[in-house]
Design a protein around this ligand. Structure first.
Ligand code: C5P
Length: 406
């Protein structure tokens, strides 16, 4: 049911497991999916484009420089007109090219150009899979949100035994169905996410801010939007690109962020991941403060900023059904975060250790304790994109249980 009418773009790379793709294509077609295939030059050494074309009931694409193909269907359109991109088998070579951002044939060019989710099924010799270079490439790709199915452990065509066998077509099919089912899990609902730092002016040229990159909040907005939620991202200044399919509202100060967040209601879920400045200069000087006589540094009086998370959690009948906050702590992470959950009146807190040694602030990875009314769950150290995916899954499940409406 999930696959009916869905468009799968299948990239077949050159590995012995390419023959299993024929079975995968057949099963996808049986379930009503449209399958468009792109083969690397090496893939055509393992399975014939003719078999792939016959089973997919479509033309097979292979050459970036074919003027006819580019005319009929440019590589950008090819990558965008899919609901999901699947790479199977994914060889060590194509994983390396993906990780490096190379675009030297049609397959890698569309993988670089796509704005869709990408699921890869690695297949290679066990030593190649375990090589530090492949491990680093896989980690890079996973951190970017690329999804993996397999590899499995077992006897290999090369005679060795271990992890590296491509997942069976049935497993790849299940992973595709799971990913696509997930995609619509928040359809029809509205989500609000705050992200980034706030910037509080001292005078027209100076400000108080913090080191938040916005990476976690932007990834959460992207993950919610991908699941079909109409998502508003209220963000302080960051260097990040707007996540696809998200309404982005740019603000500078905490007070602007609060106003924009309230304006985005009603929403079924609000996730406050912004690093809001706790204080702002009580009065921003209208003109640039001048250096006075030596030794006379100005004193800046501070005023407390509004708490956006607590305001949303206490918004009465406008309160989102699910209000989620973060707690950046440097010590007693779980205890402090548990107390914060109660104090702010939110449903969940994602607690993370931001002591400098962890590299969390501004970095790519996060270690989360997920704190709810029913207890604490420790998540393994993972990329901020992976945290966003897991959180979005939990949000979808919780809203489904609540009926989802604010
Ligand atoms: O109190 P503390 O800053 O540690 O709380 C962190 C959580 O509260 C985060 O979810 C953050 O986005 C939110 N917050 C807020 N407005 C503030 C301060 C924090 O929304 N003024």
């Amino acid at each position: 049911m999930v696959l009916d009418g869905k468009r799968i773009l299948l990239v077949i790379a050159g590995g012995i497991a390419a023959y299993k793709c024929l079975e995968l294509i057949r099963r996808l077609r049986e379930r009503g999916a449209f399958v468009r295939c792109v083969m690397t030059r090496a893939a055509a050494e393992f399975v014939t484009p003719l078999s792939v074309a016959a089973l997919s009931e479509d033309k097979v694409y292979g050459d970036l420089f074919s003027l006819t193909d580019e005319h009929e269907m440019g590589h950008i359109r090819l990558s965008r007109e899919a609901d999901l991109v699947v790479v199977a088998p994914a060889t060590a070579h194509i994983l390396a090219r993906m990780a490096g951002g190379l675009a030297d044939d049609l397959a890698t060019t569309l993988l670089l150009a796509t704005d869709k989710r990408v699921l890869v099924a690695p297949a290679m010799n066990v030593r190649m899979w375990e090589h530090a270079a492949t491990a680093a490439n896989v980690a890079t790709l996973a951190a970017r949100g690329i999804l993996f199915v397999g590899p499995r452990e077992g006897p290999m065509a090369c005679g060795e035994f271990g992890p590296g066998r491509m997942a069976e077509p049935a497993d790849i099919l299940a992973a595709i169905e799971g990913t696509l089912a997930d995609d619509g899990a928040l359809a029809g609902l509205r989500a609000l996410v705050t992200s980034g730092p706030t910037v509080e002016p001292i005078d027209p040229v100076r400000f108080i801010a913090n080191r938040s990159s916005g990476r976690q909040g932007h990834a959460i907005a992207a993950a919610l939007a991908r699941r079909g939620a109409a998502t508003t991202l209220v963000t302080g200044p960051t260097a990040l690109a707007d996540p696809p399919g998200v309404t982005v509202v740019r603000v500078e100060t905490a007070r602007e962020m609060l106003a924009a967040a309230l304006a985005a209601l009603p929403a079924s879920v609000a996730v406050c991941s912004a690093a809001v400045a706790d204080w702002r200069p009580a009065e921003a000087a209208a003109q640039k403060l001048k250096k006075n006589d030596a030794g006379k540094a100005p004193r800046i009086a501070l005023a407390e900023n509004p708490d956006i998370l607590a305001t949303l959690a206490g918004a009465g009948n406008r309160r989102p059904a699910l209000v989620v906050g973060f707690a950046a702590e440097t010590e007693n992470v779980v205890e402090n975060a548990t107390a914060k959950r109660a104090r702010k009146g939110c449903d969940w807190i994602l607690a993370n250790d931001v002591s400098p040694a962890t590299g969390t602030f501004g970095g790519a990875v996060n270690t989360i304790h997920w704190i709810t009314a029913s207890g604490v769950e420790a998540w393994p150290r993972m990329s901020k994109e992976a945290v966003a995916e897991r959180l979005a899954e939990r949000i979808a499940a919780a809203l489904a249980a609540k009926g989802g409406r604010p």
